[in-house]
Design a protein around this ligand. Structure first.
Ligand code: TK8
Length: 336
């Protein structure tokens, strides 16, 4: 429908990628194709960010550094792709923090429920000195963490009923990320959580192996979960970041000029990715609903019920993560 196109109903109103500002490296410093694997779709903010990152490197090296994107878990799930970076079969990936706790346990702090009141709080934490220290923790793991980006506030989808109170979650078979804190959250709420790699979630829901899952709206939309889900409920129970990562050995062997450029490109990509992720969030909820499922948005009182019902997650995990560390993050998040 030409009219609909003209009004832009095909997509959200998104900021254009920023101007690429660099001094082009003309000198021959070696050609590399960077294979960049991601779990999400090409048209997700994550996929669009990798596209921008690739344009940045290409333009600033006269085509000596190029990026080849592998979306939709084509080359593995988050943990497999991280292993690829370590063994040198893949150069870059963009995992969620939740499975990355296998390498940096402190990242589990981001799995605590209702930690971040809003995206500004997430920025305060991630862009702090403490945020940089967490990225630096990857040094020596075979992966270098370049920058934080946004996965976002997570919402529950399922095929049984709308989620309005903790009781509605009881007995649901839910896929959760490969992370023990995530499991604790859903057990506290009386659901039956199963850990599973992201790439298997769609077919698990299609086949009825699980009733539902939880992910930000842009993922629920761009990974086509609306095709196999009846309900979407805006619970905002966890904010999870993404980390842009590169193989440590691959990076260490590059010319310093390339290394510096890659870091600059990653920083610019981080800002762009967060911008479009935020611009797409509400639009994605609307599209998700338009495509079929029933959507409900929990109000503050309903969210408060979930907060109380998951308080025991802190009792169990704060000592494990370090009480002081958790307090430090919480203070930054809430500007206490
Ligand atoms: C994509 C994952 C995904 C995450 C999940 O690779 O597993 O549910 O939210 O975005 O990182």
């Amino acid at each position: 429908d030409a009219d609909a196109d003209a009004e832009g109903s095909e997509g959200p109103d998104l900021s254009a990628p920023p101007e690429i500002e660099c001094e082009v490296i003309e000198e021959d410093l070696g050609e590399h194709t960077i294979k960049f694997g991601i779990g999400l779709a090409e048209d997700s903010p994550q996929g669009m960010a990798v596209q921008f990152f690739g344009d940045y490197l290409d333009e600033c090296t006269n085509g000596q550094l190029t990026v080849q994107l592998f979306p939709d878990s084509q080359v593995g799930d988050d943990l497999e792709m991280m292993d690829g970076l370590r063994s040198g079969t893949l150069e870059m990936t963009f995992p969620s923090t939740s499975p990355a706790v296998a390498f940096v346990p402190e990242l589990g702090v981001f799995d605590l429920p209702f930690l971040m009141p809003d995206v500004e709080a997430a920025d305060r934490v991630l862009d702090s000195e403490l945020g940089q220290q967490l990225l630096d923790e990857f040094d020596g793991t075979g992966m270098k963490a370049l920058a934080w980006a946004e996965n976002g506030f997570r919402q529950v989808t399922n095929s049984v009923r709308p989620i309005e109170s903790p009781e509605d979650v009881e007995g649901l078979d839910l896929r959760v990320m490969e992370n023990e804190i995530q499991t604790t959250i859903w057990e506290a709420l009386g659901a039956n959580p199963t850990t599973m790699a992201f790439g298997e979630v769609f077919s698990a829901m299609e086949q009825g192996v699980v009733d539902g899952q939880e992910n930000p709206w842009v993922t629920n939309l761009t990974s086509n979960f609306w095709e196999v889900q009846e309900y979407g409920s805006q619970t905002r129970h966890v904010y999870t970041p993404f980390i842009m990562m590169i193989g440590e050995e691959f990076f260490d062997e590059l010319d310093p000029a390339y290394q510096q450029l890659i870091q600059e490109a990653a920083d610019a990509t981080r800002d762009y990715q967060r911008t479009i992720s935020r611009e797409m969030d509400e639009w994605a909820r609307g599209q998700f609903e338009e495509n079929g499922p029933e959507v409900n948005v929990l109000d503050e009182d309903q969210i408060e019920e979930f907060r109380q019902a998951t308080e025991e997650v802190y009792d169990q995990w704060a000592p494990e993560l370090g009480e002081e560390f958790v307090d430090e993050v919480r203070t930054l998040a809430r500007q206490e």
